[in-house]
Each structure stands twice: as C-alpha cells, then as structure tokens.
Design a binder for this molecule. Structure first.
Ligand SMILES: Cc1cc2nc3c(=O)[nH]c(=O)nc-3n(C[C@H](O)[C@H](O)[C@H](O)COP(=O)(O)OP(=O)(O)OC[C@H]3O[C@@H](n4cnc5c(N)ncnc54)[C@H](O)[C@@H]3O)c2cc1C
Length: 291
C-alpha cells in the first residue's frame, strides 16, 4: 500500500522512483515527465505535462518537487519543493525546466535521475518579476544571465511579445565552461527555424537578436565576466551598441547573488531604475538560486 503523507495540497501519494516507475498523474499537482536532456554533469533540462488550469506569463517561476525519502520514525514522506523558472513560453502546451544537479542537494540529487513517465509535483501558482509587465516600453532589451539564470530568458526568447515590443534583444550568458552554454546556444539557434515566431514576427526576428556568451574558466572565443567586459567598454564595442541608457534600454537580470548585486549597481550608475509588477521601470532582477 502507498504510504500516506501530509501536505497542504495532497493527502496520499505513491513514491516517485524507478521501481514503481511510470506513474500516471493522480493528483492535481502531479505532472508527468515527457523528455529529459543532459548537457553536462551539472546541468540538464526536462519537459513535463502542463496542468490544464495553469496560466503564466513568460519569465515566471513555480514550485516543483519530488517526494522525499520515508522518515524512519513516522514512516511518512514529505514533498521536497524548490522554486524553478519555467523555461518554456506561455503558449507551449508542455512545461520545460532547465536545472542544476547539486550532488548533495535535497531535490536535485533525486531530480537528476528522472526519466520520461516519472511524476513531478508542480504547484500551479506562477510568480516572478522577470516579466514584460514590470518594464516600461523601450527600444533595446538586455537579458543578463549566469548559469541556470538563463531559464527565464529561454521562456522570454520564445515569447512573441519580446520581438513585438523591442527593436533589439541582447542576450549575455556567463558560465564557467563552454558546455554550460550549450542549452542556451541551441535554443537561440532554434529560433531561426521556429515556425510560430517566424510566422508571427517574420524573418526580421533573427536580425533583432545579439547573443554574447562568455566563459570565465574554460577557453572560449570571449572570456570574462560580463560585468568586467561592460566596465572596460569591450562588450559594447563587440556588440556595436552604446552604453545602456534609461531612455532606450531595458534589462532583466538573473544570476547568482554577487552577479545580481554588481550588475544592479552598474545599471543604476547608467541611470536605470529597478521595476516591479506594481511599478514598471527600466530593469528587473531575480535570483537564479537562493544564496
Ligand atoms: C526564484 C528562483 C528560481 C529558480 N529557478 C531555478 C531554475 O530554473 N533552475 C535551477 O536549476 N534552479 C533554480 N533555482 C534554484 C532551485 O530552487 C534549487 O535551489 C535547486 O534546484 C537546487 O535544489 P536542491 O534541493 O538540490 O539544493 P539546495 O539545497 O536548494 O541548494 C544547495 C546549494 O546548491 C547551490 N545551487 C542551488 N541552485 C543552484 C543553481 N541553479 N545553480 C548553481 N548553484 C545552485 C546553492 O549554493 C545552494 O546553497 C531557483 C531559485 C529561485 C529562488
């Protein structure tokens, strides 16, 4: 018999493991994994079924998770839930996520082993600040990401509004190693042949995009942290654009805490102000993970 667990949204749940394998959704919050792709020993992406009731704005995040191990004393299992940016756009019939693998991480030590057919708990309550609504109209949109901070931009890059609202979209992605850029690079390459976007926006879409990937450890065509490359002016020269200005430029930041703080300070020094859903301004920021 399946163990009983207590949680605000569920009363009974079968274990998510490969022995019981291939479970079908049985609760409102349980979705089914449809695809898994591994990029490096630290990064993977996966797709799951989308709850019929879930509406979200591209760039938002939800809580997802798996059942934890049985408590040896009570015999109960609790869900392990974490915040995850939805990497797919709002119109997609499935949901995509782009994930880290932390070997001793409570969730991702398990999540990295999921396979198509497995169950995933998903709370259908999307929130977040990396949304078009939190920015004032502008000409040029910057996405600044480190690591898995690319995930919300993977959503926004496949959102037609991004190209309708802006003349130019600049994506900077800083990672330690080249392999960590693969998910983003493949996604941007695929935009060239994305039927929906090309139909809605036309073939001018691709001309609006400037992609600026950099690495900090492994050798690559462009080395260095984006903040250093902006401070020296090199990034602006490479991209052929002027320094950000509050009149024309809008920005979204999603990286580690130190990166977010450094970039916030730089954007403020260019005269851009931080916005929120309730108060749209020139830039918005969200942490890619908690610390
Ligand atoms: C708003 C928000 C959105 C998020 N979106 C994503 C997402 O789209 N993809 C994703 O992989 N994670 C995302 N995270 C992080 C995620 O919630 C978990 O922290 C992560 O899945 C690891 O979970 P865990 O239980 O295995 O380890 P945790 O106990 O949560 O983390 C263990 C340690 O691993 C490190 N860590 C955690 N997440 C990351 C990461 N993404 N990159 C590098 N180091 C990390 C931190 O140092 C942390 O202390 C997001 C976090 C927040 C706050």
């Amino acid at each position: 018999m399946a163990p009983r667990v207590t949680d605000e949204h569920m009363t009974e749940q079968t274990a998510v493991n490969h022995a019981s394998a291939k479970i079908v959704p049985q609760l409102p919050d349980m979705q089914t994994v449809t695809e898994v792709k591994h990029y490096t020993d630290r990064l993977f992406s996966f797709r799951v079924t989308r709850p019929a009731s879930l509406r979200f704005r591209s760039g938002e995040f939800v809580m997802i998770g798996l059942m934890g191990d049985e408590d040896p004393e009570t015999g109960k299992r609790k869900p392990i839930m974490r915040a995850y940016s939805i990497a797919s756009p709002s119109w997609d019939e499935e949901l995509e996520f782009y994930s880290i693998k932390v070997q001793d991480g409570p969730l991702t030590s398990k999540l990295q082993h999921i396979q198509p057919g497995d169950g995933l708990i998903l709370r259908p309550k999307p929130v977040g600040t990396l949304v078009h609504d939190a920015l004032l109209p502008g000409k040029r949109l910057w996405f600044f990401a480190t690591g898995t901070g690319f995930a919300p931009f993977a959503s926004l890059l496949r959102e037609p509004q991004t190209y309708e609202d802006y003349d130019e979209i600049i994506i900077t992605h800083t990672c330690r190693e080249l392999g960590e850029l693969t998910y983003g690079r493949d996604l941007i390459d695929a935009l060239k042949t994305d039927e929906l976007l090309n139909e809605v926006i036309g073939d001018g879409l691709w001309k609006k995009i400037k992609y600026y990937p950099t690495t900090t450890r492994e050798d690559s065509p462009k080395m260095g942290r984006i903040t250093d490359l902006m401070r020296s002016g090199e990034a602006f020269t490479d991209l052929g654009v002027p320094v950000l200005s509050p009149e024309t430029d809008r920005a979204m930041i999603c990286g580690n805490l130190a990166f977010n703080l450094e970039l916030k300070e730089m954007l403020e020094s260019y005269g851009l102000n931080e916005g929120a859903n309730s108060n749209p301004q020139q830039y918005v920021v969200e942490k890619a993970f908690l610390d």
